[in-house]
Design a protein around this ligand. Structure first.
Ligand SMILES: C[S@@+](CC[C@H](N)C(=O)[O-])C[C@H]1O[C@@H](n2cnc3c(N)ncnc32)[C@H](O)[C@@H]1O
Length: 293
């Protein structure tokens, strides 16, 4: 397969060749990624890029290098420097977990509860929410920008991830703390309305199949601790129980296979009631919620 791009090559030809290169490298969505890399270099959206494929545009310079990085299974978002989460455009790169679509559904559960509280409390009402293990700031940023009057607190332990959260949450009003979720926000104990967490939860011996995850997502973001990965989820549940007011809501993301363990964790703590498992957009059990007794 010929690959090195000639500046006179048409955009359509190089994107087609890049699609083949990415497919051969096992990239799950080669055509979309080939288009998005070209769109990134050209500074256009994907829709505009697709329209350009039918015109006379030529290959953007530097395209081969980006395609080679993606073929080496570097995440698309690390190459473009951007991850989309709900309506947010987040800066991401080395050292920070790339936010995932399933977490968008978890955030929706929290937003529904906060919106309901706003309605019950009436005009000018305020609510209080916390995001444990904020990573890029995705969950906290979504809550702060989508729920009027919500004061959001976020904590992140990783020295590598914290600067990304700091950058993404600038101007959102979120109170960001560099620290351990196990001790965070003692000043808020018993007062928070909603706690959300997407903690590390992968069991020690469950090596992620996707190379993008295995090689590029930070270890601290993936592995939950202990053979079953439950140490950090257990810590998050304990912090949520400490922070929430009676009747406050806690929702936590987890792996599909951990749904029963999560229900047992919530029930076993004696701190939560109305415990429910929630499915993601593909119908998998990916979150558990409960209300503080
Ligand atoms: C699965 S990632 C989720 C990141 C982000 N909330 C999201 O959904 O995209 C888990 C995050 O928790 C952070 N973390 C791990 N242990 C922590 C701890 N003890 N205290 C605070 N954050 C922690 C990791 O560094 C990582 O950023």
């Amino acid at each position: 397969m010929r690959w090195v791009t000639d500046t006179s090559d048409s955009l359509a030809d190089v994107v087609k060749r890049a699609t083949a290169v990415l497919a051969a490298a096992g990239v799950p969505s080669p055509a979309v990624d080939a288009q998005l890399l070209a769109a990134h270099l050209l500074g256009v959206g994907r829709g505009e890029l697709v329209a350009m494929l039918f015109g006379t545009a030529v290959a953007p310079s530097g395209y081969d290098a980006l395609v080679a990085r993606r073929a080496a299974r570097e995440p698309l978002q690390h190459i473009t420097g951007t991850a989309y989460f709900r309506h947010l455009e987040l800066a991401v790169g080395k050292g920070v977990f790339v936010p995932r679509p399933e977490t968008e559904s978890v955030v929706q559960l929290a937003i529904d509860v906060l919106t309901q509280l706003n309605q019950e409390r009436g005009a000018g009402a305020s609510t209080l929410a916390a995001d444990l293990g904020t990573g890029s700031g995705a969950i906290a940023g979504a809550l702060a920008t989508e729920v009027p009057g919500c004061a959001v607190f976020a904590v992140e332990l990783s020295e590598d991830a914290y600067p990304w959260a700091d950058r993404n949450l600038a101007g959102t009003g979120v109170t960001l703390v560099h620290g351990d979720m196990r001790e965070a926000f003692a000043e808020l104990d018993g007062t928070v309305d909603v706690v959300v967490s997407n903690p590390p939860y992968i069991p020690a011996n469950a090596i992620p199949r996707d190379l993008e995850v295995r090689l590029h997502d930070p270890h601290m973001a993936l592995y939950g601790g202990g053979a079953d990965g439950m140490e950090m989820p257990t810590a998050a549940a304990a912090t949520a129980a400490r922070l929430l007011r009676p009747g406050g809501y806690f929702v936590m993301e987890h792996a599909e296979v951990q749904a029963a363990q999560m229900v047992a964790l919530f029930e076993g703590s004696g701190k939560f009631e109305n415990i429910r498992t929630h499915v993601d957009l593909t119908g998998r059990d990916r979150a558990t919620s409960g209300y503080r007794r």
